[in-house]
Design a protein around this ligand. Sequence first.
Ligand SMILES: [Mg+2]
Length: 317
Amino acid sequence: MALGEFELIARYFTGDRFAYQPGAGVVLGVGDDCAILRVPDGEDLLVSIDTLVAGVHFPARLDPAHIAHRALAVNLSDLAAMGARPLWFTLALTLPAIDEHWLAAFADALAVLAQRFGIALVGGDTTSGPLSITIQVHGAAPAGSALRRSGARPADEVWVSGTPGLAALGLRHVLAGSRDTVAARTFLRPEPRIALGSALRGVASAAIDVSDGLLADAAHIAERSRVALVIEPRQLPLAPELAALAGRDDALSLALGGGDDYELCFTAAPGRAPAIETIAAGLGVACTRIGRVEAGEGARCTGFVPRRAGYRHFADD
Ligand SMILES: [Mg+2]
């Protein structure tokens, strides 16, 4: 690599756009062997890490700006799922070669999303190898208040934000070479539901972000809560682009099994519905009741078995 690691970090991943806000708890940022970080008084620290590998988690020829947005957004989505506020992140970048145009576009998009969510880049590492991006996010929530997967109880209602399935339809568009449809943009630029997650602390009984597909992620809540989640297909909020698909089964399969939505699926006692509707209206994020929690196990959709649409491998180069 012509450009050394320190030069690389200094050129693309430092400066005002990655700087932390006063009061963000950064005692010492990039530049020493470790960052020094201080967890705010009275708060719990929440940590999550995700690796995105080219050709596995995203098509390798995706624009660097979209890769950067997705890499940080999917991590922020995990903080959203637990009602945490973003604080800091670290970045490990494995690159097949130093391509300065690629790096500039990657760093620009990363900085835009980091600034929007007030999350500071406090450290990183670069290595040479097949393209892969690892981001670890740190967030905080008032002690004991973070949302979990384990709190759903029979008689609770099941909710979802946004329009699940649209991102999976968008992936089809992207793989077919179209990046300008509403669906394609939803796949390329997922919007982490940080504000919604925070607002649901103390309101929702359990929550998860939809990464694997609505039904698969609902099953994770069911497993951790030792209950069953039952989704009513009629109540699913289908985006117009999904509803317009020729096959209703195809649309429902995308909505239930598509994945990559990064919306929140959560449960709440029926009496919480007015509070949830107020939160949703205040944030401008649609939240829809899609089913109920029962005694039992697993997640199912009444009268419908979606085609499996979980793990994918992008063999596009
Ligand atoms: Mg998650």
